[in-house]
Design a protein around this ligand. Structure first.
Ligand code: APR
Length: 266
């Protein structure tokens, strides 16, 4: 960790923003399976689906209730989880105007830990929210209370199906998440804001992501172009580690509190 904390001090001393980008690995120690880990798979009928096949608009068009069942199961896992030391540590940084937290996680654990919405950008959505599947408006709404979490393999009941509708137009509701065959935008996923924040970075800490999605790549490359110091926290090698100035090959719940301590009073 010494080289990592030296890099953090270096980034802190420069002029610009302190940006933290988190992925599923940050919630792994809260008991939420990562997307690309073995527990991420999901069975529909006789077929096993990889999240990358299921988290798509195409899958939702073909089998909307199986996709909803998967999200309502995952929502139950997220609700049953508690923020860990990594989520909790990051809350202290929000006191600084220099700080921004960009998360790919839809589990809400950063917000539940106490990170304020104003400086927390959920770029892949929020598993507690739904929106109109026909996109009559971009408005999000909480999944109605009549819709329960599901166990693995449990179907969405007729009552829950009837409740999963857009309150504006009555069309089917969909999870408020960004699917693999969809694009980022500012309205729903903070695209422009996150790009601006990244291009103003003096320090970028990337934690617990496997670098498979587009906006995180833009964050890392914009921060790199801005001359930011880049630190990667991940238990495994990953493409962002190759671009980082310093790498912590340890868990996020271990590394983030040490990094935040080093950033005290930014
Ligand atoms: N601490 C740090 N890193 C960890 C830990 C841990 N305790 N446990 C696992 N990791 C790392 C893994 O090594 C892996 O690189 O976290 C990463 C998790 O990768 P993914 O499961 O691919 O998650 P993520 O990068 O967040 O996925 C991105 O893809 O499926 C979509 O929208 C979904 O937001 C998700 C996005």
């Amino acid at each position: 960790m010494d080289a990592v904390l030296a890099a953090v001090r270096d980034g802190r001393a420069r002029t610009g923003r302190i940006v933290v980008l988190t992925g599923a690995g940050v919630s792994a120690e809260s008991g939420i399976p990562t997307f690309r880990g073995k527990e991420g798979y999901w069975t529909v009928g006789a077929r096993e689906y990889h999240p990358q096949e299921l988290a798509t608009h195409a899958a939702f068009e073909r089998m909307p209730w199986d996709v909803w069942a998967w999200y309502l199961y995952r929502r139950g896992v997220c609700r049953g989880a508690e923020p860990n030391a990594g989520h909790r540590a990051l809350v202290a940084l929000a006191a600084s105007e220099r700080f921004a937290l960009v998360t790919q996680n839809v589990d809400g654990l950063h917000i539940r830990a106490g990170s304020p919405r104003a400086s927390t950008y959920e770029i892949h959505g929020d598993i507690e929210l739904a929106r109109c599947a026909d996109e009559c408006t971009p408005t999000r709404f909480p999944i109605p209370a009549a819709v329960p979490d599901l166990q693995k393999g449990e179907p969405v009941s007729a009552e829950a199906r009837a409740a999963l509708v857009c309150p504006q137009c009555g069309a089917m509701a969909r999870p408020h998440v960004l699917w693999f065959d969809e694009s980022y935008d500012e309205d729903r996923f903070h695209l422009d804001t996150v790009r601006r924040v990244a291009s103003e970075a003096a320090l970028l800490v990337v934690a617990g992501t496997s670098a498979q999605t587009n906006l995180p790549w833009q964050v890392v490359s914009l921060a790199g172009r801005a001359g930011a110091v880049i630190v990667d926290v991940n238990t495994e090698d990953n493409p962002f580690g190759d671009l980082a100035h310093a790498v912590a090959r340890t868990s996020a719940a271990t590394a983030l509190p040490l990094i935040v301590d080093t950033l005290a009073d930014i």
